[in-house]
Structures are given as structure tokens and as C-alpha cells.
Write a protein that binds this ligand. Sequence first.
Ligand code: HEM
Ligand SMILES: *[C@@H]1O[C@H](CO)[C@@H](O)[C@H](O)[C@H]1NC(C)=O
Ligand SMILES: *[C@@H]1O[C@H](CO)[C@@H](O)[C@H](O)[C@H]1NC(C)=O
Length: 318
Amino acid sequence: MESIATIVMLIMVSFTSVANALSVNYYDHTCPKVESIVVGAVQKATFNDKTVPAAMLRMHFHDCFIRGCDASVLLESKGKNKAEKDGPPNISLHAFHVIDNAKKAVEAVCPGVVSCADILALAARDAVTLSGGPSWDVPKGRKDGRISKAIETKQLPAPTFNISQLEQSFSQRGLSLDDLVALSGGHTLGFAHCSSFQNRIHNFSPKQNTDPSINPLFANKLQKICPFHNKVNNAGAQLDSSSTRFDNAYYKLLLKGNSIFSSDQALLTHPNTKALVSKFARSQEEFERAFVTSMIKMSSIITSDSGKEIRLNCKHVR
Ligand code: HEM
Ligand SMILES: *[C@@H]1O[C@H](CO)[C@@H](O)[C@H](O)[C@H]1NC(C)=O
Ligand SMILES: *[C@@H]1O[C@H](CO)[C@@H](O)[C@H](O)[C@H]1NC(C)=O
């Protein structure tokens, strides 16, 4: 009996994965130009605004961590429903126009065929490549969702998380500690506002104002940029010393206590993750290889809550 149940289970599992299977060749016949159109849109936008690649990468991460990669992050609030993009950690989400422009250009040649979720996954890959990072084939065939709720942004990992909280957040999405270390390397690009790291530089604990794991010189620099606790403004710091170049500087800085978030620093508090940080600090090639593998995993997260349609405009359900 038990073995029959197991076989039935196995069949069911393989069915769901077949139904959800993404493929690199997905649009070969229906929209062969999609990849070149998206890369063109990201390239053009980056030429005018160097912060675009970081925005694309974070937007895709945010999308995949809530309801799977289904473009829920792109929907606008409507009526009483406040969408993800108007939820609390939305402060760093920007450059939505890049996806909208890419979608318009794609609709002009193959209407109603390519999902917004796929366009975002391609844009994230292109952002990395255009910043001097690796390239890879993006599996495609995601569908767009109809639900986006601001309150669900609470499901994103917080920058104050420790290693066990990070591990849990990632494992709930089928991602391992190895994926956590490789994907945290996304912090080689972009910017953080003071509000995202103030816990480390003001009132850190009853006894210490500053997080003792931060390099004191670096803490001092951050305190100068962000002199006040809980003051909302646009000030902040680059996530690494070469914030428009996709490189392994993030890991080198992390080992010196020069990382921005508690969640970055936390990677040094577990022997396995610490060993990986050291490995990626030593070898850009090892980092890139691991990053590509983990990105493909993250960007293939599809849940039963994920979408079923192809939107015509990424801001609105069909
Ligand atoms: C491990 C858990 C993670 C936490 C806690 C986290 C947290 C954050 C926070 C708080 C910010 C700054 C928001 C702001 O102040 O504007 C940020 C920025 C960023 N994150 Fe992460 N993140 C995580 C994982 C990732 C992953 C997996 C990626 C992509 C692979 C990523 C890519 C980025 C990028 C590119 C930025 C810069 C955005 C910009 O400049 O527009 N992060 N992250
Ligand atoms: C973030 O949310 C605030 C408040 O809900 C909203 O005014 C703002 O436009 C949002 N930012 C982005 C980039 O969508
Ligand atoms: C992480 O934080 C949680 C919640 O505050 C706590 O229960 C847990 O013990 C912490 N884990 C580590 C490794 O510090």
C-alpha cells in the first residue's frame, strides 16, 4: 500500500513540475526577438541612468520571493487594494518604466505572447551582464499573476535578519544556504537608504551604539552619512565600492567588516556560509558560476499562487 502511495505521489510531483516547466527555447517560435528587445530596453535605460541594473535585479528578487516569479511586483494599487510596490520595503524599487518600455516593444511584434514575469527575469539577467557580470540562458514560460498585496512584502527577508532567519526565508522557497551566499552577491550592485542599516549604527544594543562587527572606520563613515536615527530621507550608501560593476568586491569588503546590512554580516556567523564568502572573495569565477546557478533557481520559483495569464500591460491584470 505504502509503495503505491509513494508511486502516486511521485507521479503527481512530476506532473506538477512538467506543468510548470520553464524552458530556454520557450519563445523560439512565438517571439524569437524577445531577448534582443529586452536587452535593448535595459541598455538604453542604463545609458541614461546608471542605477537601472541594480533596480532590475532587486525587482526580480522581490518578485520571485512573493507568490513566485509572476510579476506581482509590477501591478499598481487599485481601489482599496494596496499593491506590493506601495508596501513598506518599496523604497528601493524603481525604474519600472524600463519593463514597461520593453513590454510595449515586445507587444508590437508578438502581441499577447510574452509574460511580464519573463520580461523581468530577462531584464535582471541583462542587468548583470551589462554590468560586467556573467551571462546565462534564462528559462522562460512564467505566467503573470492577478494578485499583489502590499502586506505580503512582509514576507521578504529583512536587512536585520540573522543567519537562522535568512536560512528559513530561503529554505521556504527551496533555496539553500549556498544559494543565500551566492545571491547575496547581488549586493555588488546598487544603493541602500540609511533606514535599511540604521540598526547597526545607532542604538545597536543597550550597551553599544554601534554594531561591533562593523569595521569602526566604516561605521564612522556611515554615521556621517546618516547622522540621525529614524529620520526618513534619501541619504544612504553604495552597497559596495564598485556599485555599478558586477564583481566580487562585496565578499572582499564583507570579510573586512565593510558590509552594509546585518544580513550581509550574518553570512560570517555560520561556518559553511563563511567558507563560501571566503571562496567567492578569492575567486570572481567561482562567484559567477555559483551566482548563475542560484539565479536560475530563484528565477524559477513558481508556486500554486503564481500567475496563469499573459498581461498586456504590466501594471494591470488582464
Ligand atoms: C538575503 C536577503 C536580502 C536582504 C535582507 C536584502 C535587503 C536589501 C535592502 C534592505 C536593500 C536596500 C533597500 C534600500 O534601502 O533602498 C537591498 C538592496 C538591493 N538588493 Fe538586496 N536583500 C537580500 C537579497 C538580495 C538578493 C537575493 C538580490 C538579487 C540577487 C538582491 C539585490 C539587491 C540589489 C541589486 C539592491 C540595490 C537596489 C538599488 O540600488 O536599487 N538582494 N537589499
Ligand atoms: C512606495 O510607497 C509609498 C507609500 O505607499 C508611495 O507613495 C510610493 O510611490 C511608493 N514607491 C514606489 C517606487 O512605488
Ligand atoms: C535569530 O533571531 C531569532 C529571532 O529574534 C532568534 O530566535 C534566534 O535565536 C536568532 N538566531 C541566531 C543564530 O542568532
